[in-house]
Ligand binder design. Structure first.
Ligand SMILES: *[C@@H]1O[C@H](CO)[C@@H](O)[C@H](O)[C@H]1NC(C)=O
Ligand SMILES: *[C@@H]1O[C@H](CO)[C@@H](O)[C@H](O)[C@H]1NC(C)=O
Ligand SMILES: *[C@@H]1O[C@H](CO)[C@@H](O)[C@H](O)[C@H]1NC(C)=O
Ligand SMILES: *[C@@H]1O[C@H](CO)[C@@H](O)[C@H](O)[C@H]1NC(C)=O
Length: 342
């Protein structure tokens, strides 16, 4: 029997204009991606994970907002604001929610629900057309009281940013071009036809969003590697009377992955690029082709020096423009063929 445990009701309420629903997004699970683009192996979970199926579950158990509700100036991020939710400070796996096991250099999908932020954009005026930008930072030296401003837009691809403890691993659009929640909005209805999938126990009838990354090829085995997922989703000024100055709105999820040298997992380290991506595979367990190609193209050679890492994205990482804008425009044209950017 199918268990629908998504937030389809929230989307429906939003579609009906009852926008009291405040369901935001976090990384729900991680999966290793095989060289052919298919998810393989057991999923892993963030720190302090609470499954949606737990009795009495509420989104606030997994969402972490910066700046927090109640700050007088909603555009202000303080040097004391922490990167991680209080239940996600360092190595806190809850029962039944183990860390992902992955080999150095492995391709990994981080999946999250769009909760209407992609398919019902009219409910949040002033948000960016890519539905915000998602970033993944990585480090082998996490701190329990990690500060947000020490990392976001500071750590870079080369690892030369800030205190140099970590790197920017990925920067993508929140809208991966495919994902949807089932609702009666035209974007969802369009995507349900274009990207059909069989409802399953994990996603229900929705198709979750994903951000595909690669672990550094030199991530040390036998210890956890830490990922900070950041969804940067600002509201522009002068769009709504309620927010004349706009606001910052950022959500994070903090995650550890066990790096293991394991024969069964090393096959997932694609040395030969993304040529093996199988087209027309089930969307339930498939990487996003453009993201998968990008991580395969930009990963350093296993024995390579840091010079071999293309720095095109790093050079723009401090700019407010998403480095993946070109990718987004391509996706945008595909998904919204009838809309002409003005
Ligand atoms: C991709 O490779 C994995 C691991 O070898 C395999 O389980 C999966 O069935 C393959 N997917 C496709 C679409 O061939
Ligand atoms: C670990 O996570 C669980 C679930 O979010 C939380 O209840 C618990 O307080 C956390 N433990 C620590 C030490 O933060
Ligand atoms: C709110 O914070 C932002 C960012 O620090 C700043 O630019 C702005 O001037 C502040 N607004 C007020 C009214 O203090
Ligand atoms: C959805 O409707 C909006 C507003 O009418 C329109 O601008 C947009 O192009 C439509 N999108 C799709 C995918 O049909």
């Amino acid at each position: 029997m199918l268990l629908i445990r998504d937030t389809g009701l929230g989307g429906l309420l939003l579609a009906l204009g009852l926008s009291t629903v405040n369901a935001h997004s976090w990384v729900e699970q991680l999966t290793v991606i095989a060289p052919n683009g298919t998810f393989v192996g057991a999923p892993g979970y963030p720190r302090g994970n609470v499954q949606r199926t737990v009795a009495g579950f509420s989104d606030v158990e997994m969402t972490y907002l910066i700046p927090p509700d109640g700050r007088a100036n909603q555009s202000q991020i303080l040097p004391t604001d922490k990167m991680c939710k209080d239940t996600q400070e360092l190595y806190n796996q809850t029962e039944g929610n183990p860390r992902l096991q992955a080999s150095p250099g492995a391709a990994i999908a981080l999946r999250f629900q769009e909760n209407g932020h992609v398919t019902l954009p009219q409910t949040q005026p002033g948000k960016p057309p890519n539905r915000g930008t998602v970033y993944v930072y990585g480090t082998t030296e996490p701190k329990a009281d990690e500060k947000f401003l020490d990392i976001h837009r500071v750590w870079n691809r080369d690892g030369t940013g800030g205190d140099r403890r970590g790197v920017l691993l990925s920067e993508q659009n929140f809208d991966d071009g495919r994902c949807y929640q089932i609702n009666s909005g035209n974007i969802s209805e369009h995507r349900q036809v274009e990207f059909p999938h069989v409802a399953d126990q994990t996603m229900g009838a929705d198709l979750w969003c994903q951000q595909d990354i690669a672990l550094p090829a030199n991530a040390p085995s036998g210890k956890p590697y830490t990922l900070y997922w950041v969804w940067d989703w600002p509201t522009a000024p002068h769009v709504t009377a309620a927010l004349p100055n706009g606001k910052q709105e950022i959500y994070t999820t903090c995650i550890d992955v066990d790096v293991v040298e394991n024969a069964d997992l090393t096959h997932t380290y694609v040395k030969a690029g993304a040529a093996g991506y199988v087209e027309d595979q089930s969307l339930d367990r498939a990487a996003i082709p453009s993201q998968f190609a990008e991580i395969m193209d930009t990963r350093p050679a296993p024995s390579g020096s840091s010079e071999s890492v293309p720095s095109s994205t790093a050079s723009t990482s401090a700019s407010p423009e998403p480095a993946t804008k070109t990718t987004f425009l391509t996706i945008y044209k595909t998904i919204y063929p009838s809309s002409t950017p003005v």
